[in-house]
Design a protein around this ligand. Structure first.
Ligand SMILES: NC(=O)c1ccc[n+]([C@@H]2O[C@H](COP(=O)([O-])OP(=O)(O)OC[C@H]3O[C@@H](n4cnc5c(N)ncnc54)[C@H](O)[C@@H]3O)[C@@H](O)[C@H]2O)c1
Length: 353
C-alpha cells in the first residue's frame, strides 16, 4: 500500500476506533468496492483486521469494473478476508453466507462517465439499491448504507447555501444531468421505503466532492484533471469564467464520515458528508494546484467541452451541522494539504508507469 494511503487509513482508524469495534468478526458486503471511495473503505477494514480486531471482519467486494480498476493499489492488500466478486449489481445477487452490513457504493460518479453510460447510471442507483435492499431484508443486516450524492440538490436556491439535508433540491427531470441526479433521488426513496415498510436499518449519505489518492487519472472530475495536467506540465483548463464554486473533502475525512454513518444507531437518517472549510471557485482552485505543483504551470480558460453536461450548479457547499452534532464528525485535512498529498500520489503512479 502506498505510504500516503497508509497514513490516511491510520488517521481514519484513530477517528473511528470506538465505532469500528462493531464490525469485529462480522461480514460486510460492498458494491462498487473497486471504485475510489469503496477502495478506501475496504483498505480501512483490512488495516483494522491486522491492527485492532482479534476476529477479522470479512469483506465481500461486488463490482462489475465499468469504471473500477482491477489492478488497484489497494487490491494488493493480501488479506484473505477480502473476497472479490465480479457481478453487475443491477442483477439480483445470491450470497449463501451471513451478511451483517451492506454498503451500496456502486455508481457512475463522474459527469463524463454518466453521460457516456446514462442507462447504466440509472440502473446502478435504482435496481442496484433494490437488489441490495432485498438482500439486506433477507439477511436481516445490522445496517445498510446507500451512497446518494450532493447532486440530488441540483442547482440550489442561494437562500439554501450552505445546503442542509432538509433542502428538497432544484433538479430538472429531463436535463443532461438527470440520469445521475434523479436516479440518486429515487435510490433514496427506495431505501427509505425499505426502512418504513420492512424496517431495514437504512442510512443515506450525500457526499459533496470527495477527492484524494486512488482516483483515476482519467476520471475527468476537476481535481484529477488539474493534478494530472500539472504533472504533465500542461495548462490547467478552467471552464468558462471559472466562477463556479465548490467545497472539496479529502478522502480520509470522507471515509471517516461514511463509516460513522454506517455504524450509527438511528436508521432512516440522511447525512451530508463533505467539508465546509473553503468554498472556492475553479480559478482559485487552479491557482492552489499551480502553487503546490513543483513545476511551473499555466492556467487557461476554455469553453465547456462538448461532452460535458449542461446546467452545472453554480455553488455547492454543505451544511454539516447534523453530522457534526450527532456523529461528532470533524474534518482534519485542509484543501492545500489534501491537494499536495494527492499530487504526490499521482506523481508516484506516473513514475510506476
Ligand atoms: N466521489 C465523490 O465525490 C462522490 C460524490 C457523490 C456521490 N458519490 C457516490 O459514491 C459512490 C462511489 O463513488 P466513487 O467516486 O468511488 O466512484 P467510482 O466510479 O470510483 O466507483 C464506483 C464503482 O462502482 C462500480 N459500478 C458501477 N456500476 C456498477 C454495477 N452495475 N455493478 C457493480 N459495480 C458497479 C464501478 O465499476 C466502480 O468501481 C457512487 O455511487 C457515487 O455516485 C461519490
Amino acid at each position: 500500500m502506498h505510504p500516503i494511503i497508509r497514513q490516511d487509513i491510520r488517521q481514519i482508524i484513530k477517528d473511528i476506533k470506538k465505532e469500528a469495534r462493531l464490525m469485529e468478526g462480522k461480514t460486510l458486503l460492498i458494491s462498487g468496492g473497486a471504485g475510489f471511495l469503496g477502495s478506501y473503505i475496504v483498505a480501512t477494514i483490512s488495516l483494522l483486521n491486522t491492527s485492532l480486531f482479534k476476529s477479522p471482519c470479512r469483506v465481500i467486494v461486488v463490482d462489475n469494473y465499468i469504471t473500477g480498476k482491477r489492478k488497484r493499489d489497494l487490491e494488493s492488500l493480501d488479506d484473505k478476508n477480502i473476497e472479490f466478486i465480479t457481478h453487475d449489481i443491477t442483477k439480483p445477487i445470491i450470497i449463501d453466507k451471513t451478511i451483517d452490513y451492506i454498503i451500496h457504493a456502486a455508481g457512475l460518479a463522474s459527469p463524463v462517465y454518466y453521460r457516456k453510460f446514462p442507462l447504466e447510471t440509472i440502473e446502478a442507483a435504482i435496481f442496484g439499491a433494490k437488489n441490495l435492499l432485498e438482500l439486506a431484508r433477507k439477511k436481516k443486516v445490522k445496517s445498510f448504507l446507500f451512497f446518494s450524492s450532493s447532486e440530488i440538490y441540483g442547482d440550489p436556491d442561494p437562500n439554501f447555501i450552505p445546503t442542509p439535508e432538509t433542502y428538497r433540491g432544484n433538479v430538472s427531470p429531463i436535463g443532461s444531468r438527470a440520469c445521475y441526479d434523479e436516479s440518486k433521488r429515487l435510490g433514496e426513496t427506495i431505501s427509505i421505503t425499505y426502512f418504513d415498510k420492512y424496517k431495514v436499518p437504512v442510512k443515506i449519505v450525500r457526499p459533496f466532492n470527495v477527492y484524494g489518492p486512488g482516483m483515476r487519472p482519467d476520471d475527468y472530475r476537476v481535481i484529477p484533471t488539474f493534478l494530472m495536467r500539472a504533472l504533465e506540465r500542461k495548462p490547467l483548463p478552467v471552464h468558462d469564467e471559472g466562477n463556479q464554486t465548490r467545497t472539496f473533502c479529502y478522502i480520509s475525512d470522507a471515509t471517516t464520515a461514511f463509516l460513522k454513518v454506517l455504524l450509527s444507531h438511528k436508521s432512516g437518517e440522511v447525512y451530508n458528508v463533505g467539508s465546509d472549510d473553503d468554498e472556492i471557485n475553479m480559478m482559485s482552485l487552479a491557482q492552489i494546484v499551480a502553487d503546490v505543483s513543483p513545476k511551473k504551470v499555466e492556467i487557461k480558460r476554455i469553453p465547456y467541452p462538448e461532452n460535458y453536461p449542461k446546467d452545472e450548479p453554480r455553488r455547492r457547499r454543505p451544511d454539516l451541522s447534523k453530522i457534526k452534532n450527532i456523529l461528532n464528525y470533524r474534518t482534519r485535512v485542509s484543501l492545500r494539504t489534501g491537494l499536495a498529498r494527492t499530487l504526490r500520489w499521482f506523481a508516484s503512479q506516473l513514475e510506476k508507469q
